[in-house]
Design a protein around this ligand. Structure first.
Ligand code: ATP
Length: 490
């Protein structure tokens, strides 16, 4: 599945994930089957580690990004938004240090002709013998490691030879730093305040893989929080707690999340502290987000290279200083993958039956137990039969619902099949219109996780579903699981 075979052993991986039934292969298959994510350029044989998002994938990732924006902008008043260009002045990357130092160590294997990240050999699979790591099999012949710059180069201007070399941005953060002065001038904010951005970034990763976990084109959700230097430590702690809370509130199981402070030798030279939010993926504990105390490195660098003062003058105290920066940097695709993995479940349930029919034999259903706020579709409206006025009433209910929430109307196939389809895309509620509905304008509302059904009036249903989407939610997986590892908090 992954380029360079980064996936090693799904059984071990499932064990690593605390006994969950989920594996990366199951997620990939579900995403393809239900149109969340496809390999890109598939009709041409695909292009390594790039993916296209289908309808439900777009809705899910938009919900993740919207939840992030909401936490940054709507629920606070000290952060403003920006959307900077992907192509920036090449000097940006000189100043930021990316041109000289945004490299990973690369080794080639002369035998299998694959390339590996030298610092990830222990997690990768040998090109010939996937049960071994590169360098472990007898026939492996690895070169010395050499530094490889991850930025994609391109040319600005119509003629390649005379055009200026530019880079696709490898992170969204620099677009924030270079706009510090603009924002300070026009937003009427003063430190502590933040600038947030969501957008595409590009890295020519040596070993992409594990589906959308590591790709060469991905979306980041980054926020730079500018603070008086003496408050940096306190704001770092604040953002650790805030970001942890965000994932938990959106339903990730706390015992599948941990904060991992970086060791001294892992820290960038300018960072005084960094912690990664890690999630227990089927491939083991892996980074979801990095939260860093970046000091005044970025503003100082850009001030020097651009010859512009990037500082704050506090009129009240008469003090002039370069703010320090706390940066929570998350990935939208990685977060979407974590939510999918955490939501994935299989269970044996009684077969669904149409009204008046005998219950069917038990069957195994696959269900995405997504937080309703993240679920691509919040409610599906299903007429039991395609006659007797049921489709007409169902469409009326659907039209009222879609004015409030993302809704879907489906009248094709048996009711059991339609429920299974909605379970697999994580729809929290199915509204079934039956013959009683036509008589008394009530409908059965089936709840995805418990399968409980209740009869509610069609009038007011849209408001009720909207209210339920916004209500606090925890995954039912928590009620039944034995805890695996403790929730480690810093
Ligand atoms: P990694 O160690 O996994 O390469 P990083 O520490 O280089 O990640 P950052 O530069 O801190 O990552 O980027 C912030 C976030 O952007 C990461 O936590 C991750 O969620 C996301 N991200 C980074 N690189 C990729 C990628 N190649 N594909 C998908 N998401 C990515």
């Amino acid at each position: 599945m992954s380029e360079n075979g980064t996936e090693r052993d799904d059984a071990t991986a499932a064990d690593a994930a605390g006994g969950d039934v989920v594996t990366m292969d199951k997620i990939v298959a579900l995403c393809k089957r239900r149109g969340f994510v496809f390999p890109s350029s598939e009709i041409y044989g695909g292009v390594g580690s790039t993916y296209d998002y289908g309808h439900y994938g777009v809705l899910l990732k938009n919900n993740v990004k919207n939840a992030w924006w909401r936490a940054m902008l709507q629920e606070r008043e000290d952060i403003v938004a920006i959307d900077s260009a992907i192509l920036q002045h090449p000097k940006v990357w000189e100043a930021s240090g990316h041109l000289a130092g945004f490299t990973d160590p690369l080794v080639d294997c002369r035998t299998c002709e694959q390339r590996f990240r030298a610092d990830h050999l222990g997690e990768l699979a040998c090109g010939r013998k996937p049960s071994k790591h590169p360098g472990e099999a007898e026939e492996c012949s690895l070169t010395e490691a050499r530094e490889f710059n991850l930025m994609f180069e391109t040319t600005i201007g119509p003629v390649k030879e005379s055009g200026a070399t530019a880079y696709l941005r490898p992170e969204t953060a620099q677009g924030i730093f270079i706009n510090f002065k603009n924002v300070l001038q026009f937003s009427r904010k003063k430190p502590p305040f933040g600038i947030a951005q969501v957008g595409k970034s590009f890295r020519n990763e040596i070993t992409p893989g594990n589906f959308i976990f590591r790709t060469r084109e991905f979306e980041q959700m980054e926020m730079e929080f500018f603070v008086p230097p003496q408050e940096a430590r306190q704001w770092f702690e604040h953002w650790l707690a805030e970001r942890e809370r965000w994932y938990v509130e959106l339903g990730l199981r706390p015992d599948h999340l941990r904060m991992r402070p970086h060791e001294q030798d892992e820290l960038s030279h300018y960072s005084t502290a960094t912690s990664d939010v890690e999630y227990l993926f089927p491939i083991g504990w892996s980074e979801l987000e990095g939260i860093a105390n970046r000091g005044n490195f970025d503003l100082t660098q850009h001030a020097e290279h651009a010859g512009e003062k990037l500082e704050y003058f506090d009129q009240a105290s008469g003090e002039r200083y370069v703010p320090h920066v706390i940066e929570p940097a998350a990935g939208a695709d990685r977060a979407a993958l974590a939510f999918l993995v955490d939501a994935y479940d299989e269970e044996v349930v009684p077969g669904a039956a149409a009204e008046g029919e005998e219950a069917q034999a038990e069957e195994t259903r696959t269900v995405l137990r997504l937080h309703p706020r993240l679920a691509p579709v919040k409610v599906a409206v299903l007429p039991l039969v395609r006659k007797d006025g049921q489709p007409e009433l169902a469409r009326e209910a659907y039209e009222a619902l879609r004015g409030r929430v993302q809704a879907e109307y489906d009248e094709g196939g048996s009711i059991g099949k339609r429920y299974r389809r909605q379970d697999e895309i994580g729809t929290p509620w199915c509204v079934t219109i039956d013959h009683q509905s036509v008589q008394d304008r009530t409908a059965t509302v089936r709840e995805r996780d418990s399968l409980a059904q209740e009869r509610l009036p069609i009038e007011g249903l849209a408001e009720e579903i909207e209210r339920r989407v916004q209500a606090p939610w925890t995954t039912p997986k928590l009620d039944r699981q034995e805890t695996t590892e403790p929730w480690i908090s810093t």
